[in-house]
Design a protein around this ligand. Sequence first.
Ligand code: UD1
Ligand code: CA
Length: 464
Amino acid sequence: MKHAVVILAAGQGKRMRSRTPKVLHPLLGRPMVRYPVEAAKESGAERVVVVVGHQAEAVKEALEDAGVAFAHQQVPLGTAHALAQAKPLLEDFDGAVVVTSGDTPLLRPETIRALVRALEEAGGAGMALLSFEAEDPTGYGRVVRGRDGRVVRIVEEKDASEEEKKIREVNAGVYAFDRRVWELLSRVKNENAQGEYYLPDLVALYLEAGLPVVALRAEDERELLGANDRAQLAEVEGVLLDRLRRRWMREGVRMHLPETIYLEPGVSLAPDVVLEPGVVLKGTTEVGEGVRIGAYSVVTNSRLEAGAEVRPHSVLEEAHLKPGAVAGPFARLRPGAVLEEGAFVGNFVEVKKSRLGRGVKAGHLAYLGDAEVGEGTNVGAGVITANYDGEKKHQTTIGRRAFIGSNSVLIAPVQIGDEAFVAGGSAINQDVPPGALAVARGRQRNLEGWVWRRRGEYPSESGG
Ligand code: UD1
Ligand code: CA
């Protein structure tokens, strides 16, 4: 049977206590609502409709490239009312209509398919719903079954009697309906504790219409966790992270204290990568074979080629390390930092929009911005490219096998030739030809005995 999926995402999510709508809270760097959308697509849905309302524009923007249609719910009158908004988009659809929530991000595509199958296989059933045994059912709708074990209705927490509250089988908020759903929806009433139109009321309405309702029990309650507040949000993110870490460990990645390592779904890792405790990998970071990333390093949208190494406490963003390049400890590589093979950037060195040629060494306390550094050059401690004149950025070009002495300022735009030697402490504002020595600093004078003379401890040369 074909199926379409409707994702309800019009609510505000008051329990989050946030200006951000619930479904836009990020999970591993992606807005929550993207997860059910992806699951819907992977389940093979022919159409995906997202019902938006609260901060609709922001939610639509987060799904701009997702290839879904939108329905609008102007006022949040309840989940049944939300689904009714999708009617114009789906009433002609000839197949099952699956409904899920924007705040149930762990739902897997297999489960969507299983629910559609359950509806189909029940022969003549009008509705299939997903339930699970909750460790703590608080907040969920309870599944009420009759003496024969069949589902009779669902009762929301706020409407439940003390007896009903003890039921641990709860409604996951994921359903598959046949085409009659559109007509039955118009019969849902809002006579309940919250004055809302409840989607779960369709259970009773289908039964009244003489159409069986089947409940599919999910095996793993973790898959159906709803992210309604910050604690559940953290719990859900933990589950997603756990899935990701396990996947990469299966693919040959070594993680020390994996529970301390944070990864995002766009990250890719090769076999024999070693991640030390506290490592954070974000965005589209790509890590090649055998790369080691030191403890507490944060790497975002970067590329680390095979055999590169990031030492502890380094922060990399849009950086590129070629094979055998090394950064850190305490290195800061900003967008456009490229370390060619075997280049080395040490502690407290910041690199931005600069290419460091093969074997370049910048071991300590330097800033290299808008620079090109040729192969084999040594950049001393405290070297600064003064790339900004208060209005514009300028380029520094350093040749091969040059030596830039400690604490030199290279005032850009400036060029240092191949094999040139800049004396420590120089302020360089003119080009240095290849092979030349540049000294640009105040000349040192030593006044012999000056200190003692001042104290009067030492006879002056003039005898006074
Ligand atoms: C809902 C179910 C409950 C179930 C639980 C599972 C109802 C009445 N209750 O409760 O039985 O156990 O999910 O997680 O359906 N939404 C709208 N418009 C509205 C109201 C809600 O789009 O007017 C959206 C919300 O954005 C959310 C989803 O529907 O994504 C579910 O709403 P929520 O308020 O979280 O329902 P629960 O109280 O969790
Ligand atoms: Ca919910």
